[in-house]
Design a protein around this ligand. Structure first.
Ligand code: SF4
Length: 388
């Protein structure tokens, strides 16, 4: 606990440094900044344990719970955490597209350049600024992949409240904000958390295509969340395939944020790095399915939506084609089922062909039943023939 008394010179000094940090953060394009102490996040321990025991975690979280709760285990001597937010665009750009071709969608957090790099670059500048003022300061930067919960930090630092959909909601930019933090040994005055404004609203609970929002206590079942499932490299249930295909997201999901009343009047379109290119964020599915590794890296490699590789995006694109049901796509799916070397992709093509419920698709599936060697693909072909 940092105890200072009015008139104490040290208070003036740290308050002055805090003010300079705030002012500098604006110079480098950080949209919102807040401060909290370096104390452990005991308030979320029960929730995190529950998530673990009930299997709600995505699997991408830090496994060591103590590291997630106690900043001092990441930076000994930590006294403060500086939480920052960058707003990202919430609206699709206006443009005319070739509407004859089926397209999929990247979620908004993946539009433009990978935010991990953009935000880290700003935090590095902030770190250099702090060290120029206090050379002895200990510092550590975290953006998404650090052990601490960015949202828990941002909430305690007063950036916004935790909505029922698990997002951090700011007054100014809604929940379309990227979060990161800089933890430091400097004793900076903490800000106060803001009160929750969700009230009786439950739009996100109703809108979630997977019923993944368990209750109003920041409890999301990540294993159900469609955004997580689009990244899941494992076996998808038929329900999940249906939902991915129906929502048309090849990466992530924005549904619970799009319905939130606090996001309705926000555009957040001023950061050039996140300016979306419609052809990339809403790509033609056929192109994604046929893209080479080299072209994928060249075209999509700079987006955060590429981090799980092209295979899951191709699988999702194939699922969407089945739901779209355009007969012109049947030859493409036939080619994938017959010739793709990856069993997961052939299985997705079988599911997708089954959705057409046409003789042409059924004949392709029957032919392939006699050629396919992989058990799980064979099972998918049989299921597809049954529904076709
Ligand atoms: Fe809260 Fe309603 Fe937004 Fe859900 S949709 S996060 S309940 S305000």
């Amino acid at each position: 606990l940092i105890l200072y008394f009015k008139g104490d010179d040290r208070l003036d000094k740290w308050q002055d440094i805090k003010n300079q940090i705030i002012s500098y953060s604006k110079d480098i394009g950080i949209d919102k900044i807040g401060f909290t102490t370096g104390e452990p996040f005991w308030n979320i321990e029960k929730i995190l344990r529950e998530h673990q025991s009930k299997g709600y975690n995505s699997g991408f979280e830090e496994k060591n719970l103590n590291l997630r709760l106690d900043p001092a285990l990441s930076l000994p001597g930590v006294q403060s955490i500086i939480s920052v937010a960058l707003a990202y665009p919430s609206r699709l750009p206006d443009c005319t597209l070739d509407s004859k071709k089926a397209r999929g969608l990247f979620c908004r957090a993946s539009w433009g350049q990978d935010y991990h790099l953009v935000l880290r670059e700003k935090l590095v500048k902030l770190e250099q600024f702090i060290k120029s003022k206090e050379p002895g300061a200990g510092t550590l930067i975290m953006v998404d992949t650090g052990p601490l919960s960015d949202r828990a930090v941002a909430y305690r630092a007063g950036l916004g409240w935790l909505g029922k959909n698990g997002s951090l909601i700011t007054e100014e930019y809604g929940s379309f904000v990227f979060l990161g933090e800089l933890i430091t040994t400097l004793p900076l005055e903490p800000d106060r958390p803001v009160s929750n404004q969700c009230g009786q609203c439950n739009r996100c609970l109703k809108a979630c295509p997977m019923d993944a929002i368990i209750d109003d206590n920041w409890t999301i079942n990540c294993q159900k969340c469609l955004g997580f499932q689009t990244l899941n490299k494992g076996c998808l249930s038929d329900e999940v395939k249906e939902k991915i295909a129906g929502q048309k997201y090849i990466y992530g999901c924005d549904v619970c944020q799009l319905v939130c009343p606090f996001n309705q009047d926000k555009r957040n379109d001023w950061h050039s790095q996140f300016k979306p290119d419609y052809e990339l964020i809403n790509p033609v599915l056929e192109e994604i399915i046929n893209i080479s590794n080299r072209d994928f890296q060249k075209k999509f490699g700079f987006m955060s939506g590429s981090w799980r590789g092209k295979k899951i995006l191709q699988r999702n694109a194939i699922l969407i084609l089945g739901k779209e049901g355009n007969s012109q796509d049947i030859p493409l799916l036939k080619n994938v089922l017959a010739n793709d070397s990856r069993p997961e992709i052939r299985a997705a093509a079988a599911w997708s062909l089954g959705q057409f419920k046409q003789k042409e698709a059924r004949d392709i599936l029957k032919t392939q039943l006699n050629i396919e060697k992989e058990d799980n693909v064979l099972e998918e072909i049989r299921k597809a023939i049954d529904v076709c």
